[in-house]
Design a protein around this ligand. Structure first.
Ligand code: ADP
Length: 265
């Protein structure tokens, strides 16, 4: 615990007195540390593609100037690194927007069936490119929920993209929606949206940390597939704004299921 101690000298009729106040500022200190860590992480994440960009531009102006093949290759790398920076900045903006809105209750009527079908259709070409397949498992009917359709679209998009990136080659990616009637075990009635892959799975000790900003199980793999390390942090904030829960189940060698359970009203 961190204490902020302050003393005040007061003059009273009976004489002078010193009043010492102790204030528990642990939470404030922690918030400061988290913010500093975050800024350091962001700087580092931006610095590495930037270093690559600068290096390759220098090479293009110098040694590689007259080598057409090298030029082509280096331009490819420059494009990739610039795209990585753009993705990172986009995710940072999403994260800050989502955080800013976290306390505002969403008020739209959202049809999760239509949303799931639309996200699956949008990501079909991405899946095909990685040799993956998306399977939809939707009930005939599902209640609408109170939500923010743009944000819920982002949640599902992030989860399906991860399933494709990390597990899409080992089997189909399944997107399923389960209505409230099918989950009698839940305390509150909830709708469950889940994304299952047959990928490598995630070791149990990583699972609680996955929604931390920039936390990755395998940094190299994440970079290779174009990850920013922010996708699940964004998911967590959006789900929390919707008073929902994110559940992650995974088994090494078998795959993972990421479920979002949203209150049905
Ligand atoms: P990233 O941009 O790196 O994908 P995320 O926040 O979306 O960042 O995910 C954090 C980490 O969680 C990833 O780097 C990856 O290691 C792990 N992860 C996420 N989804 C899956 C999945 N479906 N299968 C295996 N690992 C996953």
């Amino acid at each position: 615990t961190t204490w902020r101690v302050s003393a005040r000298d007061v003059a009273l009729a009976t004489g002078r007195r010193v009043i010492v106040t102790f204030e528990d500022v642990t939470a404030v200190e922690e918030a400061g540390t988290i913010r500093r860590d975050f800024v350091a992480n962001v700087s580092h994440e931006l610095r590495s593609p930037l270093t690559a960009l600068l290096g390759f531009v220098e090479t293009l102006r110098g040694p590689a100037r007259d080598d057409a093949a090298a030029r082509e290759r280096f331009l490819g790398i420059i494009l990739r690194e610039a795209q990585r920076m753009a993705r990172l900045v986009d995710d940072l903006l999403s994260l800050s927007r989502v955080e800013a809105e976290e306390r505002r209750r969403p008020t739209e009527r959202v049809d999760l069936r239509a949303l799931a079908a639309s996200v699956a259709a949008t990501l079909e070409p991405v899946a095909a490119q990685s040799g993956a397949e998306i399977r939809l498992n939707l009930p005939d009917q599902a209640p609408t929920i109170l939500g923010d359709s743009g944000q819920l679209r982002q949640v599902l998009t992030n989860l399906v993209e991860n399933a494709i990136k990390y597990g899409g080659r080992s089997g189909p990616v399944e997107v399923a929606l389960t209505g409230p009637a099918e989950q009698p075990g839940l305390r509150r009635q909830g709708v469950r949206l889940s994304v299952t892959d047959r990928g490598p799975g995630i070791a149990a000790h990583h699972i609680p940390r996955l929604t931390e900003r920039f936390y990755r199980v395998d940094t190299h793999r994440s970079r290779e597939v174009g990850g920013t390390g922010l996708g699940l942090a964004i998911v967590k904030h959006i789900v929390s704004r919707h008073r929902g829960r994110l559940r992650i189940e995974s088994e090494i060698g078998r795959g993972s299921t990421f479920s979002v359970i949203l209150p049905a009203d």
